[in-house]
Design a protein around this ligand. Structure first.
Ligand SMILES: C[S@@+](CC[C@H](N)C(=O)[O-])C[C@H]1O[C@@H](n2cnc3c(N)ncnc32)[C@H](O)[C@@H]1O
Length: 445
């Protein structure tokens, strides 16, 4: 099996079919008998090539007369995956990278272009220590090339945050995220899970903010772990666990998770209900809800009912019934780029504007399902003020029957009473949470 050939096919599918990185890797590696090391290599090169695309293209363009966007797709992708290895994988000899690239071009039957590819790569190998990088005087181009982000997105972030904060965000977004799991308390205690994982040879350490969170070592195939199949845990980032940690209160019985798939927060809330009460898990399509079903079946949870429901359309059956509404809304996802690097290339300023409109449409409907005294939690896995704080102001302005309840946790911002977290190195993803309570004199959980 030629691993780089598989990488090329995966990159090709991502670029021309528009599928997500994880989906593409899964499609081309699931059925094959690749070793753990082979899969790790493929994942590293695919993730890295996507993540560092702007920087890689910048380097190629310095050494090639034909610019990247004028190249034949197979040549462009072969050069990108090769330059990633040259710049970021020191353990691979430069000559091997070059020879393998030429083999790929031959395999694609582009014999006339082998000399070109070989020439560009050899030039980069010779001069990679003297590449001319953009000057810091032009901070947008400098950050864009250094961290491989679109200048428009950097500009948007610079309008919201200080330069140092933005630079840290860009840098951490290119790191590997920790693998975090949540103890499924209905099935096992935390210590019981730690013991079970260690018995299976998995490295375990405590999470940073949430008691039920554990970090585990990177695992090739999690579904081969007995503790996973026994439903002892759910893979979930710590920032995502904060939603139930903030929203759930003793005495609650009826919860609606309006945008639930794949179900991370639904499972956590059903766990907090200790198998009692009801979590209504809504999402836009049955295919999305399949993931929710898979999760609750494996975890053995019976207090979840899933249903196709468009969150922008008021559903009369649920008006005023919920103790807690979770509106974990579709967003630009800038807080989770470490896990989904292709977000870098899908998100635009216009898309963020249209997401804001969708978020407001959903919040306008969501408020109707809350009981007097009940809670509406609004969350996103992004860091733009447009999608977060602006929506909070907009919501409070229009809905005087709701108030912002300050979140008092060791991970919330004491000034705003909200959670607005940038991704943290070896820690949680970037995330935002605001908690609204529907006013009522007598009822409070
Ligand atoms: C951020 S994800 C939710 C993640 C989920 N809460 C979890 O913790 O696993 C946003 C979800 O919103 C769903 N969605 C998008 N538009 C929707 C709509 N109009 N109505 C309901 N769900 C929608 C998407 O299908 C997606 O599953």
């Amino acid at each position: 099996m030629n691993l780089r050939w598989l990488v090329l096919k995966i990159l090709d599918a991502i670029e021309f079919e528009g599928i997500f990185v994880h989906e593409a890797i899964e499609r081309f590696t699931a059925e094959s008998d690749l070793s753990k090391q082979d899969r790790a290599f493929i994942k590293k090169v695919v993730f890295g090539t996507i993540e560092q695309q702007i920087r890689i293209d910048y380097v190629i363009n310095q050494f090639s007369k034909i610019k990247v966007n004028q190249m034949k797709p197979a040549v462009r992708l072969t050069l990108r995956l090769s330059v990633y290895q040259l710049l970021y994988m020191e353990n691979i000899p430069d000559s091997a990278v070059c020879n393998e690239a030429v083999k790929l071009i031959k395999k694609r039957k582009m014999l006339r272009l082998t000399g070109f590819v070989n020439g560009v790569l050899r030039a980069i190998i010779r001069q990679k220590d003297s590449i001319q990088w953009p000057s810091k005087d032009d901070i947008l181009t400098f950050f864009s090339v250094k961290y491989s982000f679109e200048p428009d997105i950097i500009q948007l972030l610079l309008e919201d945050y200080d330069k140092d904060v933005v630079e840290n965000f860009l840098s951490v977004s290119n790191e590997q995220a920790p693998l975090t799991i949540r103890v499924q308390k209905t099935n096992i205690t935390k210590q019981g899970l730690i013991d079970a994982l260690e018995k299976e040879g998995v490295d375990v350490s405590e999470g940073r903010y949430i008691d039920d969170a554990l970090h585990i070592g990177q695992i090739d195939k999690i579904n081969l772990l007995d503790s996973f199949n026994q439903g002892y845990f759910q893979v979930q980032d710590e920032s995502s666990m904060m939603v139930a940690d903030v929203g759930f209160e003793d005495g609650m019985t009826t919860i609606i998770d309006l945008c639930a798939a794949p179900g991370g927060k639904t499972m956590h809330l059903a766990d907090k209900l200790e198998g009692k009460g009801q979590v209504f898990a809504f999402d836009i399509s049955d295919k999305k809800l399949d993931r929710v079903r898979e999760n609750y079946t494996r975890l053995g949870l019976t207090n979840i009912s899933e249903k196709i429901n468009d969150a922008t359309v008021l559903n009369q059956a649920y008006i005023g019934i919920a103790d807690l509404i979770v509106a974990d809304l579709p967003c630009s996802g800038l807080g989770i780029i470490r896990k989904k690097p292709d977000i870098k290339w899908h998100i635009t300023v216009d898309r963020i504007k249209s997401l804001k409109k969708l978020q407001q449409d959903i919040l306008e409907v969501a408020k109707n399902y809350v009981k007097p005294g009940g809670v509406l939690v609004f969350s996103t896995c992004t860091v733009t003020k447009t999608e977060n704080q602006d929506n909070v102001d907009w919501f409070l302005d229009r809905n005087k029957d709701f108030e912002l309840e300050p979140i008092q946790k060791n991970y919330s911002d004491p000034k705003t009473g909200m959670v607005s977290m940038m991704p943290i190195s070896n820690g949680p993803d970037g995330f935002f949470i605001a908690k609204f309570r529907k006013k009522c004199e007598n009822v409070k959980y």
